[in-house]
Design a protein around this ligand. Structure first.
Ligand SMILES: NC(=O)c1ccc[n+]([C@@H]2O[C@H](COP(=O)([O-])OP(=O)(O)OC[C@H]3O[C@@H](n4cnc5c(N)ncnc54)[C@H](OP(=O)(O)O)[C@@H]3O)[C@@H](O)[C@H]2O)c1
Length: 325
C-alpha cells in the first residue's frame, strides 16, 4: 500500500522482497474480484500510448489523472504523487523523436534527460512512495542474431541482454532497462511497433508504413494496443513486476500487414519494397528487427492472441471498408 509520506529511501519497498516478477497479491486473477479502489497517475498525456490509457481508464471507470510534472524534475513528480495519491503510476512518457527516432541522433542530451534520467527519477520516486510503476519501454533493443535467427521462431526472452545499439534512441532505452531492472517496484513492458485500431493516428505503425514510399519486408514482433493496453491495467491490478515482452506472440512482416490493409481497407492500395541496405541510405540511424519470445505473457494471459489473429480481430475487422467474402 502506498504511503504518501516518503519512506526511508534506503529501505526496501514494503510491497516487495527479493526478486522480480512475483505476484505480490496472489489472489484471484479475475478483474471482478474485490480490490482496494484504484487510482492511476499517468505520464504521457499527449502520446499515443498515454492518450489511449486515459481513454481506457474512462471506459473502465478507473479514476486517473495525467501527471503534470516532467520526468527529470523530481520535485514535480513528488508534487503529483502527493496531490493525487495514486495507487499505481503508469509511465508512457518518453522521447521517441519527431518525425522519427533519427531526431534523437541530433538531440542526444534531450533524449538522455527524459529516457534515462527521467525514467530513473520516476522509478526512484515511485520506490520512495512505495508505488508500482508500469513502465512502457521498448523491445527495439534487440536484433536478429546467430542465436535468434530470422524465421527460426526463437525469440528474445525477458532475461536476454540488449544486443541492438544501432540508434541513439535504442541505446538510451537499452541502458535504462539495465538500470531499471534493479528497481523491484517497476514493471517494464517491452512494446514494439505499436498498432491501434485508430488508423488515423500518426504514430500508428500501420499508418506509418502505409504512407512510406518504400518499406522493408521483415517479420517482427508487434504490439496490438487495443488488446495489450487493457492487459497492462490488469497487470497493475495483479501487482506484476519485472521485465515482460509486451508483444503479441509470433511475428508478422511489413508486407503481410500491408496485404491485410489491402484486403480489409483499400483494395487499390499499392506498396513497394526496398532492401535493408537501401533503407539505410534514407535513415540516419539503424532500426531493430526482431522476434520477442511471448511465452511469459501468454502463460499469464492464456487468452492472448497471436499477432495475426489480434490484427484481424482488433484492427482490421473493426475498420473493414471492403465487403466480407
Ligand atoms: N511508438 C513507438 O514506436 C514505440 C515503440 C516501442 C516503445 N515505445 C515507448 O513507449 C513510450 C510511449 O510511446 P508513445 O509512442 O506513446 O510516445 P509519444 O507518442 O512520442 O509520446 C511521448 C509522450 O511522452 C511525453 N514526454 C516526453 N518527454 C517527457 C518528459 N521529460 N516528461 C514528461 N513527459 C514527457 C510527451 O509529452 P510532451 O509532448 O509534453 O513532451 C508525450 O506525451 C515511450 O517511452 C516509447 O519509447 C514507443
Amino acid at each position: 500500500m502506498a504511503n504518501y509520506t516518503p519512506k526511508n529511501s534506503n529501505s526496501a519497498p514494503s510491497t516487495s522482497t527479493p526478486k522480480q516478477d512475483r505476484m505480490v497479491v496472489p489472489t484471484s486473477k479475475s478483474t471482478s474480484s474485490p480490490r482496494k479502489s484504484l487510482k492511476f497517475l499517468i505520464y504521457g498525456r499527449t502520446g499515443l500510448i498515454g492518450g489511449l490509457l486515459g481513454r481506457l481508464c474512462e471506459k473502465q471507470g478507473i479514476p486517473y489523472e495525467y501527471g503534470r510534472g516532467r520526468l527529470e524534475d523530481r520535485s514535480s513528480l513528488i508534487a503529483d504523487i502527493q496531490n493525487f495519491r495514486p495507487t499505481h503510476v503508469f509511465n508512457a512518457a518518453g522521447v521517441t523523436g519527431r518525425p522519427n527516432a533519427d531526431w534523437c541522433e541530433f538531440h542526444k542530451t534531450e533524449t538522455i534527460r527524459t529516457n534515462v534520467a527521467g525514467t530513473l527519477t520516476l522509478a526512484d520516486v515511485c520506490r520512495e512512495y512505495d508505488l508500482l510503476m508500469m513502465n512502457f519501454a521498448t523491445g527495439c533493443i534487440f536484433e536478429y542474431d546467430d542465436a535468434h535467427p530470422l524465421g527460426s521462431g526463437i525469440g528474445f526472452k525477458e532475461e536476454d541482454k540488449p544486443n541492438f545499439f544501432g540508434s541513439f534512441y535504442s541505446k538510451t532505452k537499452a541502458m535504462v532497462e539495465e538500470l531499471v531492472r534493479e528497481y523491484d517496484n517497476v514493471c517494464t513492458l517491452r512494446v514494439r511497433m505499436p498498432i491501434s485500431s485508430d488508423l488515423n493516428h500518426p504514430r500508428n505503425f500501420i499508418r506509418k508504413i502505409s504512407r512510406y514510399n518504400k518499406v522493408v519486408d521483415i517479420p517482427n514482433s508487434m504490439t496490438v494496443l487495443d488488446e495489450l493496453l487493457p492487459i497492462s491495467i490488469e497487470m497493475a491490478k495483479r501487482n506484476l513486476r519485472g521485465i515482460w515482452n509486451f508483444t503479441n506472440p509470433g511475428v508478422v512482416s511489413h508486407n503481410e500487414v500491408l496485404e491485410m490493409y489491402k484486403e480489409y481497407i483499400d483494395p487499390s492500395f499499392t506498396y513497394a519494397n526496398f532492401t535493408l541496405e537501401e533503407q539505410a541510405k534514407v535513415l540516419v540511424a539503424g532500426r531493430s528487427n526482431n522476434e520477442m519470445d511471448g511465452t511469459k505473457l501468454k502463460a499469464e494471459f492464456p487468452e492472448l492472441l497471436s499477432i495475426k489473429e489480434s490484427l484481424i480481430k482488433y484492427v482490421f475487422e473493426p475498420n473493414r471498408k471492403t465487403s466480407a467474402v
